[in-house]
Design a protein around this ligand. Structure first.
Ligand code: HEC
Ligand code: HEC
Length: 424
């Protein structure tokens, strides 16, 4: 009598199950089996939720770049000639060791020296906001920039302080125009400079940028490569080439790479119990995906979470009115762009003013913000501002109370969104 392979396998499996069930009691084995199949179901639930919320493979988000332009952009990004006073580069605040941010609550701008904490002891101007990282900026569909979305691609083109004269139809290129002319960031804020150039005024910004472009065209190392790559004569170089090179560099260097979550969703990759529980919470009861959705884990919309406010604030006296600064629409007060979450484990501290130091606190701020602040030493003004922000946050669909262990599970889930920025 002949046995088919499947028959042999079936007998072997039956024997295995028999040996398992004899080694432990019947109910225990049944419970184990039930747990395994419910895990499989929960994994399937998580995969489906991720796909329904726009999870995408990194490879499908990448916009190709030109290597020669990327290399010119890298040189410009790292050059202090990018700033009017010749002392600060883009790299000073966007560092590899801090996941393309600076590790500080509020960035230290012009006049600052050193890296990370050293900068706090230097004489630099403190900026009102936490540095944003670059992961996925420049990928397909990433079209809203800065905490307040002051550069944004809408149905009728780019909305920014450039008005109808946006220097490009690519929002990253438009965004790359701003840092070099922001007061305190890369331009000293003195009465003389204020008189001569006011960042918000586009024509003045243009004159700074013409000077910077000429500087790079004249630079011994960067100049020749810039001219050759863009096929320009020295006198024809404009800031368009500089901004294009910067954005080619950012688009390439910080492009999306596959994560453990991508491998789990698309390739059946592994997941731990805590990550699975965190993922189910993220898309389910935690309501995280009502804002942190889509391929970049942001809806590119503006919401209010009553994070504590640290530092002087964009609007002064410890206040940052967020999106309102870009639209002047009172309904936008205290709203901020939902932050993307890739590599968020590497970019502490968190929130628009860097007021919380760890991911668990960043999550707690969404449902129990008062746990993170001591209202006693607050001034009347700070306190009333906090109540307004609690009011705007209360109108959002935020998670209801989560336990400490649920918060830990969410943090475990967020580690699945890490990727290594490897090969150039
Ligand atoms: C003094 C520190 C500092 C320097 C120098 C600096 N940045 Fe930034 N960068 C920031 C801060 C702070 C933010 C967030 C500001 C905000 O959203 O209001 C930011 C945000 C950005 C963003 C938006 C990212 C996003 O998620 O929307 C881009 C793009 C950017 N910077 C590019 C650059 C470039 C290019 C340079 C050099 C020309 C540069 N930065 C120099 C501090 C700095
Ligand atoms: C109503 C929309 C909304 C919901 C729901 C939401 N978030 Fe957020 N989240 C935001 C906004 C907006 C910010 C930034 C607010 C600020 O800086 O003032 C933020 C900030 C964060 C940050 C800090 C990121 C950084 O780079 O500073 C993390 C982490 C985070 N959210 C995770 C979560 C998790 C986990 C959940 C579910 C438990 C969740 N969020 C639910 C809108 C939301």
């Amino acid at each position: 009598m002949k046995f088919s392979t499947s028959h042999i396998l079936a007998v072997a499996v039956a024997a295995l199950i028999a040996s398992l069930t004899t080694s432990c009691s019947e109910p225990e084995a049944q419970a184990r089996q039930a747990a395994a199949s419910s895990d499989t179901m929960r994994m399937e639930v998580l995969r489906r939720a991720a796909l329904a919320n726009g999870a995408a493979r990194a490879a499908d988000l990448i916009i190709p770049t030109q290597p020669a332009r990327v290399e010119v952009g890298r040189l410009i990004f790292e050059s202090p000639k990018m700033s009017l006073n010749g002392a600060i580069s883009c790299r000073d605040c966007h560092l590899d060791e801090f996941g393309s941010t600076d590790g500080l609550p509020n960035a230290v701008g012009v006049g600052g020296e050193g890296k990370g904490l050293e900068r706090l002891d230097s004489n630099g101007r403190i900026l009102p906001r936490n540095v944003l990282p670059f992961w996925g900026r420049g990928g397909k569909g990433f079209d809203t920039f800065f905490w307040d979305g002051r550069v944004r691609k809408g149905p009728d083109g780019i909305v920014s302080q450039f008005g109808v004269k946006a220097p490009s139809t690519d929002p990253l290129v438009v965004a790359a125009h701003l840092p070099s002319v922001e007061l305190r960031e890369m331009v000293e804020d003195t009465p003389q400079i204020r008189d001569a150039y006011v960042a918000e005024d586009v024509s003045d910004a243009n004159s700074i940028q013409r000077a910077l472009a000429q500087r790079f065209a004249d630079d011994e190392t960067i100049g020749p490569r810039l001219l050759q790559t863009y096929g320009k004569a020295k006198s024809d170089v404009t800031f368009s080439e500089i901004a294009d090179a910067l954005s080619q560099f950012i688009r390439h260097e910080f492009r999306m790479r596959p994560t453990a979550f991508e491998r789990f969703v698309f390739d059946g990759g592994p997941i731990t119990d805590a990550q699975l529980a965190g993922g189910i919470l993220f898309y389910g009861r935690g309501r995280c995906a009502s804002c942190h959705t889509g391929p970049y884990f942001t809806d590119f919309a503006f919401h209010s979470v009553a994070f504590p406010q640290a530092g002087f604030g964009k609007n002064g006296f410890g206040i940052d009115e967020g999106r309102y600064n870009a639209t002047l629409d009172p309904r936008d007060r205290f709203l901020f762009r939902t932050p993307p979450l890739h590599n968020v484990t590497r970019t502490a501290p968190y929130s628009h003013s860097g007021s919380v130091t760890s991911l668990d606190k960043a999550i707690i701020a969404h449902f129990d913000p008062l746990r993170l602040v001591d209202t006693k030493p607050m001034t009347v003004r700070e306190r009333s501002d906090l109540y307004v922000r609690l009011g705007t946050a209360s109108r959002e669909t935020l998670p209801s109370a989560l336990t400490d262990s649920e918060v830990r599970q969410l943090v475990a889930f967020l580690t699945m969104l890490e990727f290594e920025a490897v090969s150039r």
